[in-house]
Ligand binder design. Structure first.
Ligand code: ARG
Length: 465
């Protein structure tokens, strides 16, 4: 049997394997609501411009509404022979309302149709991700507010560097997710131009009104070049690129949770809800959710890479290659959404082990910089000299197997006779974080203020959206 939709010049149907490689219905069916929305806008425009009669338009819209219900109720029979979502819907429309259905495709092609559907879909996904990121930020900010003054080691090279607060550390991620959110919303602006009306590639002789369909579909304006309109997939690439960067952030945070939850660190306990046991080792509490969030970046960055390869070297305008844009993107969208949801849950449930964190903060001579800064401030030493003197004092403490703040004043004076009693005040981790009052620094006062500002900002955001 030849294809009902385009089989006019064919005498034979496709080879079995052709049908299999060609069909996209198994995955593009998820565009159904967008396809119907786009078709209804197109139909309203065709009627308004009198390209089709109002009567026919009403029948078409009624038919499309019935199909929407059928699909949503699970009563719709998708057919692989009909290739894709566009032709499945159009064929059903013909069953429901007869030959009038064939008028819907006037001044339109599947090329501008699929670009429109996918754009509408990606736009919704961006809005969904932004809402999800708001939720993740809120969870992080609430924890940061609770633990604005809980001291923990700050690391460089994963070696103890200087004490910071847990609130400060968590707010670092709030900033990252804010930029991720900004990137998504920025891409949304560029995405929001309407491809519909480009037809197959060259535009159409029918007197269509592209401003009208743009308005109906929430686009800012029609795309200015019909060739570009049907062959552009930047909006998917850009979204995947923003998601990849965000997935990097999620992966880094996951890695920290995994490390912090080890017995060796013991900084946090992940909730039962986000841990699993081992079938052989009864003592285990595995951070599987964090590990999976850490890993799923592979799919997201993979989808970006995959679609980049698909688009590379494609001549204008549409080529069937572009049907390969969807599966990878859908998979990336589903998994990114899952990553954010799992991370939000883990953060909301997170229980820090305050004693372990604070104790660890004091290990590794974490206040050595504070000592060097004291030498600069109080003895007017050049920083390089102060660095050297501090190094010797650290070596002394190391030899005695004690912390810096456990050294006696006399011990320190053997290295630098000018050292006075007031040095002892700067060597505690509490004092160290409290002193870092510079804007953006880790002092609990700063962190509390920042957390409060974020809370207000996020609340305002959720009340205006
Ligand atoms: N299923 C196709 C896709 O996803 C729809 C567009 C088909 N256009 C065409 N000229 N064959 O790309």
């Amino acid at each position: 049997m030849t294809n009902k939709m385009w089989g006019g010049r064919f005498s034979d149907g496709p080879a079995q394997i052709m049908e299999e490689i060609n069909a996209s219905i198994s995955f593009d069916k998820r565009l159904y609501a967008k396809d119907i929305e786009g078709s209804k806008a197109h139909c309203a425009m065709l009627a308004k411009t009198t390209i089709i009669s109002q009567q026919d338009a009403s029948k078409i819209v009624e038919g499309l509404d019935t199909i929407l219900l059928e699909i949503e109720n699970g009563d719709f029979k998708f057919s692989r022979q009909l290739e894709d979502i566009h032709m499945n819907i159009e064929a059903r429309l013909a069953e429901l309302i007869g030959p009038v259905a064939g008028r819907l495709h006037t001044a339109r092609s599947r090329n501008d149709q699929v670009a429109t559907d996918f754009k509408l879909y990606v736009r919704d996904m961006i809005d969904h991700f932004v809402t999800q990121l708001d939720g993740l930020q809120a969870a992080l900010v609430e924890k940061a507010d609770d633990f604005a003054s809980l001291v923990m080691p700050g690391f460089t090279h994963l070696q103890t560097a200087q004490p910071v607060t847990l609130g400060h550390h968590l707010l670092a991620y709030v900033e990252m997710f804010e930029r991720d959110r900004g990137r998504l919303l920025d891409g949304r602006k560029r995405l929001n131009e309407n491809p519909l009306g480009a037809a197959a590639l060259a535009g159409t002789p029918f007197p269509i009104d592209r401003d009208m369909t743009s308005k109906l579909l929430g686009f800012e304006r029609p795309m200015g070049n019909s060739l570009d309109a049907v062959s552009d997939r930047d909006f998917v690439l850009e979204t995947l690129s923003s998601l990849s960067i965000s997935a990097v952030h999620l992966s880094r945070l996951s890695e920290e949770l995994v490390i912090w939850a080890t017995a060796q660190f013991g900084f946090i306990t992940l909730s039962d809800g986000f841990s699993t046991g081992s079938s052989i080792m009864p003592q285990k509490r595995n951070p599987d959710a964090a590990e999976l969030v850490r890993a799923k970046i592979g799919r997201i960055a993979g989808a970006l890479q995959g679609l980049t390869m698909v688009m590379k070297g494609l001549p204008l305008a549409y080529s069937k290659d572009m049907q390969e844009d969807k599966e990878m993107a859908f998979d990336a969208f589903d998994n990114y959404s899952l990553m954010v949801a799992a991370m939000t849950g883990m953060i909301a449930d997170l229980q820090p082990n305050e004693e372990r964190m604070t104790a660890a903060a004091a290990h590794g001579y974490s206040t050595a910089t504070d000592l060097a800064d004291w030498l600069v401030r109080e003895l007017n030493m050049p920083f390089r000299d102060a660095h050297h003197v501090t190094g010797e004092i650290v070596a002394l403490a190391e030899k005695q197997g004690i912390r810096l703040d456990e050294l006696t004043l006399e011990d320190m004076q053997t290295v630098e006779p000018g050292i006075k009693k007031s040095v002892l005040e700067v060597l505690s981790v509490q004092q160290s974080v409290a002193s870092r009052m510079s804007y953006g620094g880790t002092s609990p006062t700063n962190v509390k203020k920042m957390a409060q500002q974020w809370l207000t900002r996020l609340e305002k955001r959720s009340s205006t959206s």
